[in-house]
Ligand binder design. Structure first.
Ligand SMILES: *Cc1c(COP(=O)(O)O)cnc(C)c1O
Length: 376
């Protein structure tokens, strides 16, 4: 049996161990230290727009803190893109708030601006103005940020960008994660760079960053003893893991180049295949890191489904996966309001993510091509 080809696996650049060793040598084995500060500086320089970054234990904890800083509490409603990973929506419920889900549009597969505005108007009519909007740049594809930022400003609602999959992606030259009041990043094992587990909150100013760090370190008041006037969390990033992150930052742009290369590979592979579309940027305003390469299959034309293709690949020990199942169709969320039609639902039914790692070899590509050609 050939080795397994993964959808997206960790890809170390080589510089990581130097920073980890430094942490051991100086005994900074704690959820703070020079690597944490260094990784934050690296991220701030990388995303730009004068952002301030707080490194945390996960992307999920970053979203949770963003909601707390937005003032989301019991009985509030929060608008969330339906087509996403459950981690985008779960923190809404941690706050005792109620999610309202929005369908995707077809160009970027992300939050549809017109359904977003419809949901806001309806909520305001019901005297339940949403407290925050969570927009996602899914698979690395930037959402329609001009429209979404304008709506959040028009109605004065906090905008949170889930850029967990989109580090390095840009919209009109600006990095994803820097458009909203808050942005979140993830460094989980399958993301474009990884610290094995970790995340970050991107803030507009130093004050918000310091508030996030305060909450992430058990909310200790300024006193010699342990004094608390807020509920705190243990959400800070470890100095060991931040060392991995600093090493990963050295190869981030190279890895984006590889991922975009995989996207080109699939475009070439499916170029002549009628009924299979490779997910692509709508125009030059959008630059995707192509974290995962995705295809849509029109069964009427091809005569096969995404499940047929998935099983062929699985037989050859190649991992692929259906697109995210929308939140409004999930047992945990199906009773909440949803604004939209069947865009995200049909993406889920007809779409497949293909191996996209930055560490795939020429031989891996060949195996993928041979396997897919069995069906074509
Ligand atoms: C990975 C991911 C998250 C969560 O990040 P963790 O670091 O795993 O907690 C949130 N949203 C999206 C869209 C993700 O892909």
């Amino acid at each position: 049996m050939n080795d397994k080809i993964w959808l997206s696996s960790p890809h170390m650049g080589g510089g990581e161990q130097k920073y980890v060793q430094e942490a051991f040598d100086t005994n900074w084995v704690a959820p703070l230290g020079p690597n944490v500060n260094g990784f934050e500086k690296d991220l701030e320089n990388y995303v730009g727009s004068d952002s301030k970054v707080a490194c945390l234990s996960s992307g999920t904890s970053a979203l949770h803190l963003a909601l707390i800083l937005a003032g989301v509490t019991h009985n509030d409603t929060v608008i969330c893109q339906s087509f996403t990973f459950s981690a985008s929506a779960n923190p809404i419920t941690y706050q005792g708030a109620t999610p309202v889900f929005i369908d995707s549009e077809k160009d970027t597969w992300n939050m549809c601006p017109s359904h977003l505005e419809e949901a806001i108007k309806k909520s305001i009519e019901k005297k339940q103005k949403p407290k925050a909007i969570i927009v996602v740049h899914l698979y690395g594809m930037p959402a329609k940020m001009d429209e979404i930022v304008a709506i959040s400003k028009k109605y004065d609602i906090t905008l949170i960008e889930d850029a967990a999959e989109a580090l390095g992606s840009t919209y009109k030259g600006q990095k994803c994660g820097t458009f909203g009041d808050f942005g979140i990043l993830s460094f989980n094992g399958n993301k474009i760079i990884t610290t094995s587990g970790g995340g970050a909150l991107v803030c507009k100013n130093e004050e918000d960053k310091q508030k996030a760090i305060f909450l992430a370190t058990q909310a200790r008041d300024n006193a010699p003893h342990y004094q608390h006037s807020h509920i705190g969390y243990n959400y800070r990033m470890s100095n060991i893991l931040a060392g991995i992150g600093r090493g990963q930052m050295e190869v981030l742009d190279k890895h984006i180049g590889f991922r975009r290369g995989m996207h080109q590979f699939y475009k070439k592979l499916f170029f002549k295949v009628h009924g299979v579309t490779v997910f692509d940027e709508p125009n030059n305003n959008y630059f995707s890191n192509h974290w995962l390469s995705c295809i849509l299959i029109d069964e009427q034309i091809t005569g096969f489904t995404r499940e047929n293709l998935r099983l062929i690949l699985e037989k050859d020990n190649i991992e692929s996966r259906p697109l995210w199942k929308p939140m409004h169709l999930q047992p945990i969320f199906e009773n909440y309001d949803f604004y939209g039609t069947i865009v995200s639902e049909s993406l889920f039914e007809n779409g497949l993510c293909l191996p996209s790692g930055s560490n795939l070899s020429q031989n891996d590509r060949q195996r993928i091509e041979v396997s897919i050609n069995k069906l074509l």
